[in-house]
Design a protein around this ligand. Structure first.
Ligand code: GRF
Length: 191
């Protein structure tokens, strides 16, 4: 992985599909001096609520319809090239990128997932952890590979599950940890 050269920050795109709390947090982090990345593009597969953070911070945004994945990914690749994007952070992006796309950004796409991987890949992670009476769940930042939520782990953090935990309360605890973990993982990669 290329390290940042001098004070130049690594031009990064964030892909979202929803609320965008990780995006908001990454934008805040990117503006700090210690951040190795700048956020130069926010991409979404729909009119996600989180796009408002791109608007607020005057970051270019792009909405891409994924009805035809190949066409969508080609459009994305064109724009990433145009904007000289070197690194991609997935943050609640609900589409699965193709092998071909991932190959083009090998080791340059990372994702945050709300479980202590390899446990609970996929959706409804907290619900399933509670159902299985787990003592802890957590969150993980990992490289994106062609198998869902299975790429090399960069950093992860456990969150304990208390006696009367609900899905909602657990999700709240995890998202708080996510907001610490994502910047920490980016620092780990580039430092
Ligand atoms: C987070 O829990 C993240 O781990 C998962 O999707 C959620 C996105 O939340 N991949 P937000 O849109 O960043 O608030």
């Amino acid at each position: 992985m290329a390290k940042s050269i001098g004070h130049r920050k690594i031009r990064t795109a964030v892909f979202i599909s929803g609320r965008g709390s990780n995006l908001k947090n990454l934008i805040r982090f990117s503006k700090t001096e210690r951040s190795p990345i700048s956020i130069n593009l926010v991409l979404s597969n729909k009119k996600a609520i989180g796009l408002k953070y791109a608007t607020q911070h005057k970051i270019e945004k792009q909405i891409i319809n994924f009805k035809n994945k190949k066409i969508a990914e080609n459009k994305i690749l064109v724009n990433l090239k145009k904007k000289n994007i070197e690194f991609i952070c997935l943050a609640g992006f609900m589409k699965i990128l193709s092998k071909n796309f991932i190959k083009k950004f090998k080791k340059k796409i990372i994702n945050i997932h709300p479980s202590y991987l390899p446990k609970y890949k996929g959706l409804n992670t907290s619900k399933r952890a509670l159902k299985n009476k787990e003592k802890f769940s957590g969150c993980t930042v990992h490289y994106v590979s062609s198998r869902l939520d299975s790429g090399k782990i960069i950093l992860q953090k456990k969150t304990s599950i208390s006696e009367n935990e609900t899905e909602n309360s657990l999700n709240k605890k995890i998202i708080k940890q996510e907001h610490k973990l994502y910047p920490a993982a980016i620092l780990k990669i580039f430092n």
